[in-house]
Design a protein around this ligand. Structure first.
Ligand code: DER
Length: 219
């Protein structure tokens, strides 16, 4: 099965976790796009979806799924999103798509975080995928030096500006054996807006697309 087929297998299974007539949050990326397409044809009624990127908003509009702004709701029943890596505690590296700031905000409002992914993303240890860190442009060099001091090798994501007007450095080589500690350490650097470690905000359920079908994994 191709990665695209595995993403669709996960997306279809994830539908079962979406309650009727509730507000939901939806993340960003190709796996999420499969989920949005499946949701659109499922006939499942939701009150509205909070988006996390331009791309997601465009697809929601295209498929007539009502979008609501985060400021209009006080709670989300579920948040559905992909990941670049997810470990066995359902802690994640996210941000490959550059939307991890909005994703972490919207995810924090949901009662349940459902991660959907193809099996390549499921790892025993985080850190093969470079960690995206959203930074304020005027502080980029200082932040990069601090990330080097933490053991990282930061690389500017050239020509990319985030939804909120910031830059992203992708950091290789960090020791992510203590994901919660590192998530906090990086976010304490002045000039860092948010990093792609979802350790405090781990997923509640992982729906994994595998060659043997969809696997539902809870920590
Ligand atoms: O940016 C993100 O965190 C996305 O969820 C992401 O990286 C996963 O993208 P994919 O579903 O296209 O692999």
């Amino acid at each position: 099965a191709t990665p695209e087929e595995l993403k669709r297998i996960a997306a279809e299974k994830a539908l079962a976790f979406v309650p009727e007539n509730e507000y939901i949050g939806i993340g960003t990326g190709s796996t999420v796009n499969e989920f949005i397409k499946v949701l659109a044809v499922s006939g499942k009624q939701i009150k509205g979806a909070v988006s996390t990127s331009k791309g997601t908003s465009e697809l929601l509009a295209q498929l007539d799924i009502p979008e609501v702004q985060l400021n209009e709701v006080s709670r989300l029943a579920v948040y559905v999103d992909g990941a670049d890596e997810i470990n066995h505690s359902l802690q994640m590296i996210k941000g490959g798509g550059g939307a991890h700031l909005n994703e972490k905000i919207v995810a924090s409002m949901a009662d349940k975080f459902i991660c959907i992914a193809d099996e390549r993303k499921y790892v025993s240890r985080l850190g093969k995928f470079p960690l995206p860190v959203e930074v304020i442009p005027m502080a980029r060099s200082m932040v990069s030096r601090k990330l080097v001091a933490l053991g990282g090798e930061p690389e500017l994501r050239i020509g990319f500006t985030t939804f909120n007007g910031h830059q992203i450095v992708d950091v290789k080589g960090l020791d992510l054996s203590q994901p919660v500690t590192m998530e906090d350490k990086i976010n304490q650097i002045p000039g860092v807006v948010e990093n792609g470690l979802f350790a405090h905000n781990a997923a509640d359920v992982l729906v994994l697309g595998t060659a043997e079908g969809a696997k539902v994994i809870e920590p």
